[in-house]
Design a protein around this ligand. Sequence first.
Ligand code: SIN
Ligand code: CO
Length: 375
Amino acid sequence: MFELNLDINHFLDTYWQKKPTVIKKGFIDFEDPIMPDEIAGLAMEEEIESRLVYKTDQQWQAELGPFSSFEKLENDGASLLVQAVDHWHVEAQELVRPFRFLPNWRIDDLMISYSTAGGGVGPHIDNYDVFIIQGLGKRHWRVGDKLAMTEFAAHGALKHCEPFAAIIDVELEPGDILYIPCGYPHEGTALEAAINYSVGFRAPDQNDLLSSFADYSLDSNEPSERYLDREMQMREKPGQIETQELNELHRVMLAKCQTPAALIPWFGKMISEAKHELDIAEPEQPHSSAEILALFDEGAQFTRIGGLRAVYFEREPQLLFINGELFNCEGFTELGHHLCDQDEVGSELLELLIEDKNALTLFTQLVNLGYWYAT
Ligand code: SIN
Ligand code: CO
C-alpha cells in the first residue's frame, strides 16, 4: 500500500499543470514493488512495449523490444523502459492508486525504467503530465521552462529537444517524486543503478480530439449533413468564397458536435479504449450468475484488471464505457458507478446483486469478458 505524503489541495492549486515541482519524500519508506530482473522479464514479452536506450561513441541508440538478452544493461549509461506495467504487474499497479485524486480517464499508464549509472533517455518533452517516482538508486533530474523549443530525432525511436537552462536541478532519492506538466523539457541521468516509475496523464490536444472524432464519425453510420447552397445567386467574382459561405461551412462542421452531449458516445468509447494490450483474465469456463453469487458468498472479492478503463458521464449516468464498449446500467447505477470508481467489488454490493437481476447479469458478463477476476 503506497500512501502519498502530499497536501493534495495545495499541490492542485499551485502546481497541477502550472509548473513542475519536486515532492521530497512523497512516499515515506518507499519500497520498490518490482525488481530489475522482473522489469527485464516484462521486456521479453511480445505484447509489452519496451525500449532500450544507450550510447555508442557519443551517439544515441534506441532499440525496441521484445528483448531476449540484456548485455547493454551490464554497462554504464543504459536504460530499459517498459510501458504499461500496471497492466501486467499487480504490485507495481498499486503505484497508480495514490494518484486517484485525479480522475481515472486522465490516467495513461505506469511506465517503469531501469537504468545503470549514467543512463537516461536524454533531453526531451512529453505530451503528458507525469509524476516520476524515484525507486531504487539516485537520479539527477533537470527540468527546463516551457518555452518554444526545437525537437529532433536523436535516433529513429528517440525524440530529443535542444539543450535547456534548468529551473529545477535536483537529485532524487527513493520515495521522492518529480511532477512535470506536459510541455516542460526534462532530462534524468542515473547516478547509480536506478528504477523510476512514471505515472503519466493524458492531455489530448485539439488535433488528437478532432482526428479521433472524425474517425469515429466515419465509422459510425450516422447521417452526415452535407453543405448545400440552394439560394445560389449569379456571381461576379467566381474566385471568391463569400463570408456567408464560410459561415455556412463553419455551421455544417460544428453541427456535428454542437452540444457537449453529442460528444458522449465518441468520447466515452475513445477514452475507455486501452492504448496498450491488457492482461485479460477470461475464466476457462464462463461463470453463471449463480456461480458469481456463490463466489461472493465464499468471501471472494472481484478486482478490476490493471489498466482497464471504465468511465461514466455525470450527464448520462446510465451509460458505462468499459474498454471501448458501451454498457447500460439504467436502474442500477450504484453498481455501474462502483465498477468505474473503485478497483474492487466486494460483498458490500452483494445485496444489490441479489436483488437486481440486470445488475447481476451485467456483472457476470464483465467477469466472463475477463475484466474483473475473483481474488
Ligand atoms: C525515464 O524514466 O528514464 C524516463 C522518464 C521521462 O523522462 O519521462
Ligand atoms: Co519524459
